[in-house]
Unconditional design. Sequence first.
Length: 584
Amino acid sequence: MTIKNKLRIGISFLFLLAIICCGLSIYYVNRLSGDEKNILKDNYLSVQFTKNICVAIDSSQGPLDSAQTSTIEKNICGEEHDITEPGESEMAALLRLKFEALKKIRIPSSEADQLHFDIRKVSYGIMQLNMSAIERKNAAAKATASEATEILSFVATFLFLVAFTFVINFPGYIANPIKTLTESIKEVSNRNYEKQLDFKSNDEFGELALAFNIMTVKLNEYENSNLASILFEKKRIETIINSMHDAIVGLDERSVIIFANEVACTLIGLPEKELTGKYAPDVALVNDLMRSLLVNDQQKMKIYADSRESYYTKDVLAVTSKDKVIGKVIILKNITEFQQLNDAKTNFIATISHELKTPISSIKMSLKLLEDDRIGDVNPEQRQLLENIDADAKRLLQITGELLDMAQVETGKLQLNFGSTHPGNIVGYAVKALKTTAEQKQVTIKVECDANLPDVQADLDKTTWVLINLLSNAIKYSHERSTVDLVVKIYKADEIEFSVRDHGRGIDQKYLSRIFDRYFKVPGATTEQTGTGLGLAIAKDFIEAQAGKIGVESEIGEGSRFFFTLKRIGHSAENVTAEAESAS
């Protein structure tokens, strides 16, 4: 039988008991009401009629007057119409006979007195008969009430016991299987697939237990059938990870170390058993490398291992499942050989660049001497060749300088001479250096630099070089007879911003993220506009080395805006150098 049908039967049974109790109550109430009606309507009225007759008879002796006659007549008629008890009809007829005889007597006499006595006696007889009936019916009513009280008490007690038993047992009938099912589900969630339910019932709970048991059996079969293959795959993956030359550390979503290959254990300096299952931040408290892996965002790391310095790059891969991060894998790739090759390349470039500066300087000196009229006259063709040689020598010297600066940055030998200077000094030097170049292209440099700006903490030479590089690029990419805007302003409470805006063709959005990469050149530039691709990269290194920031904003057809920031110090400067005044 289903739970639904059981509920229907139980509730219907309670409903039936309630109907029986109500029906018995109505039945006995009606019986008591009928008994009361009989007493009041039948017997009590007869007593009242005979009482009125006795009062009228006793009011005087002898013949009846009209008032007595009317009263007695009215009450005798009432009695004749209210015959309820055996023998009452004969007594009422006798009363009528005596009354009719008394009405015929007109004078006082012994016969009248005897009739008075007889009427009174018959009336008292009728009264006594109805009083006895009242007592009898009252006893019957009490018996009915007692019977009703006993039966209703029994039924109510039985109904209470049934309802109480239902209230006590039925919630357990529903809740206990659910509780058992909940506990079993928790066991299954903990991979206890041998858990079984035993509901000895033919209802929905029995069907649920059967389905649950079938599910656990299937799960147990699946677990046992795949466990061996899972263990094999796990062992195979561990072998692959341990055979890799890169250090690999796996963490779960709670930052607990799941695995670490042999290379990682060697670098960290701890055996695998002291890493696996440990909370990574706890290990980081006593291990510098683990602390660097968790806290340091720097991708390139220098680690002292195997009695020598080695270089590694750190990659952090997020492990996701259904768009939820369930862990991460930290990979340290050994790039020592590539770093050594890069260092060799950098040293070679630095050496070659340094060696080239001397002959290039000699070439420029020789060109100066050839241009001097005291050495001798040159024809127009020879002068054009000299100008071409001079331009190429300047370009070669610029490239050599950029290569040397790049070598300094890459080898970490960049020397910064910090000092306090007003932004106007930097602007003045840069504008003065490019004055001739701008005039040759008929480009106007519009400067906005307030004399009351505070000083900045910067390397004057390196910062001026950066600003010259940005202005030089802006002039290159500007149209003839156009304007380049150089603006210096307070960017934040502790920073000053230098910005250079040209009104050239602009840079495509897809190239902006690579504009500060080394050797990157924006496609489509002319021969006069292209350079080595190192200037902006070196400028970025110079600015970031001074705790500043550099960036670019550009749209096709709207020109470009390059900007960088430097930390401010002190308060506004009262004096500005002559170079800044002339630039303004």
